[in-house]
Design a binder for this molecule. Structure first.
Ligand code: SF4
Length: 316
């Protein structure tokens, strides 16, 4: 299903950010309750099927080969090894399995192997998601034919801050890939990262870009920067946790039907901060010990937090 709501202006977004915190959370929670069961949280697992050695220069990323982060380049995993991990994720309660590869874009010769992974994961009864870099129209179609449900491709940040973060491809490249993904009939997973030194106006710019895409993404990951030594953004000023919650709340209000995902950075969030995010409308998490190459809260910790908050994993 394609969701489209009326254009959201930067002024509208700015006014939402300015609301007193309790008023903003009430507004966001009301929107959340109107569109979702607020006790359910969708749980995804992310596996890096091809780690490191990426030629891009994303300033936050430990997988860029140009930064000395201790991440070594690996080859694309074998299909059976991926399926072993997918089975384990399903048995641990995941309903969606995401496969990530550190590529600028996949080579056409990689597509059959990735397609076999997708088909195998789908056959396990899991929703499938992939994040492989830029796609052309033919590649998007091939992944759809293999059984892919979602394609992740983030806008990362505001158009006017993008040049401070990435130089090896531009904003339009990202929009083009998202267009191919939509045209192929894939669901879109598209969000960004905050805490990269951007201003509030630039966080507003990111939400403005996401909410006004030709179709709002079905899934919106909001990442909090994980600062990795060796990357240019290591040493950035930490974002105020309440500003992060505001980001979630405003995203929920302007993208009412999207799954809003707490992604990277959750490991360093307290239980109380995560609870505030759920209250503000977050309803999806990544589960499992690793998020590509950075840490993630362990499964038992997540289960304990869900139990304390009366939350349950969303079923398909
Ligand atoms: S974020 Fe993706 S494209 Fe950018 S350097 Fe990392 S792996 Fe490469």
């Amino acid at each position: 299903m394609v969701y489209r709501i009326s254009m959201v202006s930067r002024d509208d977004l700015g006014q939402l950010f300015e609301l007193p915190f309790p008023v903003l959370l009430h507004r966001a929670a009301s929107v959340h309750h109107a569109h979702f069961d607020p006790t359910q949280v969708q749980v995804s697992t992310l596996l890096s099927v091809k780690t490191g050695g990426c030629p891009e220069d994303c300033a936050y990323c430990p997988q860029a080969q140009r930064y000395d982060t201790g991440v070594s380049a690996q080859k694309l995993m074998d299909v059976e090894a991926v399926l072993v991990r997918a089975r384990a994720a399903r048995d641990a309660g995941a309903s969606r399995f995401c496969m990530g590869a550190a590529w600028r874009s996949p080579k056409d010769r990689d597509i059959p192997k990735v397609a076999a992974m997708i088909a195998g994961v789908k056959a396990l009864g899991l929703e499938t998601c992939a994040t492989l870099g830029m796609l052309d129209a033919g590649q998007a179609g091939a992944l759809k034919d293999a059984g892919l449900d979602y394609y992740n491709h983030n806008l990362d940040t505001s158009p006017d801050y993008y040049d401070s973060i990435i130089h090896t491809r531009n904003y339009q490249d990202r929009l083009d890939t998202l267009g191919h993904v939509r045209d192929a009939g894939l669901k879109t997973c598209c969000g960004g990262i905050v805490g990269m030194g951007e201003t509030r106006a630039q966080r507003i710019g990111l939400l403005h870009a996401l909410a006004n895409l030709p179709a709002q993404p079905e899934s919106v990951p909001i990442n909090r920067l994980v600062q990795v030594a060796g990357t240019p953004l290591h040493g950035s000023t930490e974002l105020d946790p309440f500003e992060f919650v505001r980001m979630i709340a405003v995203a929920r209000i302007v993208m009412p039907r999207s799954m809003l995902r707490l992604s990277a950075g959750r490991e360093t969030m307290s239980d109380e901060l995560q609870a505030l995010c759920f209250l503000a409308g977050a309803n999806s998490i990544f589960h499992g010990e690793k998020l590509l190459t950075t840490g993630n809260p362990d499964t038992a910790q997540d289960e304990a937090l869900f139990a304390r908050l009366g939350l349950v994993p969303m079923t398909r």
